[in-house]
Design a protein around this ligand. Structure first.
Ligand SMILES: [Zn+2]
Ligand SMILES: [Zn+2]
Length: 239
C-alpha cells in the first residue's frame, strides 16, 4: 500500500479533530500515547547484550549467556523494553490499524540513532511476507523506516530486502532455534546494496534473530555494514 507520507501529518491533524484519538496504552481520550503511559515506558539506557538485552559492561557486545550466537550486525539498539503500556501500544500499531503511532514512535528512534552517531546511506524496513502485507494492509516497520530516512535525508527502499520465505511463529523458540527458523527468510538485492551502510528498522526485537538474518542477506548482497533499530526489545530477565 502506498501511503502519501508527505501529507500524513496534516491528515492526522484533520483526523484527530474529527475523531479525537485514544491512548494506545490505556485508552484515555485525547492522546495517541498519553503522558502517564509515556512515563511508565522503561527506556533502555547503557550497554545491553545485543541478543537478550541484559545490562553488560561497556566493552562487551554480549552477556555470558549469549556468546554462542554469531551476530553479523554492526550495532543494534532499541528504545525501550517491550512491556506494560508500550507493549499494548505496539499491539495497536501492528494489528489494529493504529498507523499514526508510527510517526509518534519515530521521534524516539531518531533520538537514539543520533545518540549512536551511526553513519548509514540506506534505510530499509524488516520486510513482511506478501500474504501478511495483504491481510494487514501495511508493514508497520515501513511506517517507522520512511520518516527516519526522510529525517536523515538518506534513501529508503522496500525493494533492497525482500522476505522470500514465510516463517513459523517464534514464540516458543530458543535463540538458536530462532536463528535457524529465520535462515534464508530474506533476500537482498545487490543492485541496491553494493557497498551501502544499511539501517534496518523493526517494531520489536526479541532475540535479534530476525535482524541477524536481515544483516546476513544484506551483507551477502554487497552491503558494507548493517545497523538495526527498533521501538522495543524483549528483555530476558535472569536472576
Ligand atoms: Zn495512556
Ligand atoms: Zn545476552
Amino acid at each position: 500500500m502506498n501511503i502519501p507520507f508527505s501529507s500524513v501529518r496534516f491528515l492526522w491533524k484533520i483526523a484527530d479533530w474529527v475523531y479525537p484519538p485514544v491512548c494506545a496504552g490505556c485508552g484515555r481520550e485525547g492522546f495517541r500515547f498519553c503522558p502517564q503511559c509515556l512515563s511508565e515506558v522503561k527506556v533502555l539506557n547503557g550497554s545491553r547484550c545485543l541478543s537478550c538485552g541484559r545490562p553488560i559492561s561497556i566493552n562487551q557486545r554480549f552477556c555470558d549467556y549469549c556468546q554462542e550466537v554469531p551476530f553479523l550486525i554492526t550495532d543494534l539498539c532499541s528504545w525501550a523494553e517491550f512491556e506494560g503500556p508500550l507493549r499494548e501500544a505496539i499491539h495497536h500499531f501492528k494489528y489494529q490499524q493504529d498507523v499514526a503511532l508510527g510517526d509518534f514512535f519515530c521521534t524516539f528512534l531518531i533520538a537514539i540513532i543520533e545518540e549512536h552517531k551511526w553513519q548509514f546511506d540506506l534505510v530499509v524496513p524488516v520486510p513482511v511476507s506478501k500474504s501478511r502485507l495483504k491481510s494487514r494492509g501495511y508493514n508497520q516497520s515501513e511506517l517507522l523506516s520512511r520518516p527516519i530516512a526522510r529525517y536523515f535525508c538518506v534513501n529508503h527502499s522496500t525493494k533492497a530486502l525482500k522476505r522470500v520465505r514465510e516463517t513459523e511463529s517464534q514464540f516458543s523458540l530458543s535463540s538458536k532455534e530462532r536463528n535457524r527458523n529465520m535462515e534464508d527468510a530474506f533476500l537482498g538485492f545487490p543492485a541496491k546494496l553494493n557497498n551501502k551502510r544499511v539501517l534496518v528498522v523493526d517494531d520489536i526485537i526479541t532475540t535479534g534473530a530476525t535482524m541477524n538474518q536481515c544483516a546476513k542477506s544484506l551483507l551477502q548482497a554487497g552491503a558494507k555494514e548493517v545497523y538495526g533499530v527498533s521501538i522495543a526489545k524483549t528483555i530476558r530477565h535472569r536472576n
